[in-house]
Design a protein around this ligand. Structure first.
Ligand SMILES: [Zn+2]
Length: 305
C-alpha cells in the first residue's frame, strides 16, 4: 500500500459514476483542490476503515460540484484495498492486515504501519491548519466528534459538523492522536453504517469545513455538548463474546442484539446490557487513558438471571 497523488476526476470519470471512479483509483489516494488562499491548507481523511463510506461518498459529491474552497484542501482516501474487497464497503480492514487506524504513531513493520507513516508525513509536510478524519460508527449512533483536546480550535472544527463532542484521553493509535497545537485533528463520526442520514451529514459538514474562511477566528457552538474522560470497556484478552437475546453457556460475555440502541444515551443505573459467564467481570477491562480502572466501578452483576 502506497499513497498515490491523483488528479481530480475528469468529465468522463464523473459520468461513469462513483463506484467506477473509486475502483479506478490506483490504491490509497491523495487529491488536492485549490482554494482561494493557496498558502493555507486543510486536510480531509476518510476510509481509514473500509466499511465506513459516508466520508468518501461526500467527497465524491464535492468533487462533482466543487464548493469555493477557502484554502487549498487535500483529500486522503486511505484504505481502498479493504473498501473495494467484494462486497464493497464491508470490511473494516483486510484480515491479514492490522486496523489502519490503530497504526498511527506506533512502531510496526507491516504495510498498514507504512501507509500510516506516509499519511502522517504528508500531513506534516503541508502543515494544515485543520484536519478532519471522517468515520461511521459500527452500530446505531447520532453523529459526534472526538478529539484528544477540547481547546478552542478543536471545538471550532467539531462545531462545523456537530454539537456533540467527546473529549478523550484513550490512546489507540488513531490518526487524531497526532493532533498538536496549530495542527488540530478531529475525528468525526458521521452516524451509523446503516444510517441513511450519515452521508448527508458528512456532505453538509464538509461543505462548511471547506468554505469557512477563517477557522481559527471562528467561535464554537455555544451549546456544544462536551463529554469528558470517557472510559472504554473492552473484552479481556482471550475471552469470548457473542450476541444473543439470552445467556449462552460457555461464553464470557453475551450482549443483547440491540445493545447499540443504548449508544450515546443516558443509562439509568440497573439497565441490563448483557450476560456474563463464569469469569464474571474478569471478562472485561476498562481503560480511560489516564489510569487503571476497575470494571466494578462502572458495572454491576445482578445475580438473579
Ligand atoms: Zn472508523
Amino acid at each position: 500500500m502506497k499513497l498515490h497523488e491523483v488528479g481530480l476526476p475528469n468529465e468522463q470519470q464523473r459520468k461513469a459514476g462513483f463506484e467506477q471512479w473509486l475502483s479506478s483509483l490506483p490504491g490509497p489516494s491523495w487529491l488536492t483542490m485549490q482554494g482561494k488562499d493557496e498558502s493555507r491548507h486543510r486536510v480531509v481523511v476518510t476510509l481509514l476503515h473500509g466499511n465506513e463510506p459516508s466520508g468518501v461518498r461526500a467527497i465524491w459529491q464535492l468533487l462533482n460540484c466543487p464548493p469555493a474552497c477557502a484554502v487549498t484542501t487535500h483529500f486522503c482516501i486511505a484504505n481502498l484495498d479493504a473498501a473495494l474487497k467484494d462486497p464493497v464497503f464491508s470490511f473494516r480492514h483486510l484480515v491479514d492486515k492490522p486496523d489502519l487506524n490503530r497504526c498511527f504513531g506506533r512502531p510496526g513493520d507491516s504495510l498498514s504501519y507504512h501507509l500510516a507513516r506516509e499519511i502522517e508525513d504528508k500531513i506534516n509536510e503541508i502543515s494544515p491548519e485543520a484536519v478532519v478524519d471522517l468515520h461511521n460508527t459500527s452500530g446505531d449512533s447520532p453523529p459526534f466528534a472526538v478529539a484528544l483536546s477540547d481547546d478552542h480550535e478543536h471545538q471550532v472544527i467539531a462545531s462545523l459538523f456537530t454539537d456533540k463532542f467527546l473529549h478523550t484521553s484513550v490512546h489507540l493509535g488513531a490518526l487524531m492522536e497526532l493532533s498538536r497545537p496549530g495542527q488540530p485533528i478531529v475525528t468525526i463520526e458521521c452516524g451509523g453504517l446503516q444510517d441513511e442520514g450519515a452521508d448527508q451529514f458528512a456532505l453538509e459538514g464538509l461543505q462548511r469545513f471547506l468554505t469557512k474562511i477563517n477557522i481559527r477566528r471562528s467561535r464554537p457552538k455555544v451549546d456544544m455538548d462536551i463529554l469528558h474522560n470517557p472510559v472504554r470497556v473492552k473484552l479481556a484478552a482471550g475471552k469470548t463474546i457473542c450476541y444473543h437475546s439470552r445467556k449462552v453457556d460457555d461464553v464470557d460475555l453475551v450482549l443483547s442484539k440491540d445493545v447499540d440502541k443504548l449508544n450515546f444515551g443516558e443509562l439509568k443505573a440497573g439497565t441490563q446490557i448483557g450476560w456474563l459467564g463464569k469469569k464474571k467481570l474478569d471478562a472485561l477491562t476498562v481503560v480511560n487513558g489516564l489510569s487503571d480502572c476497575e470494571a466494578d466501578a462502572f458495572l454491576t452483576i445482578a445475580e438473579a438471571d
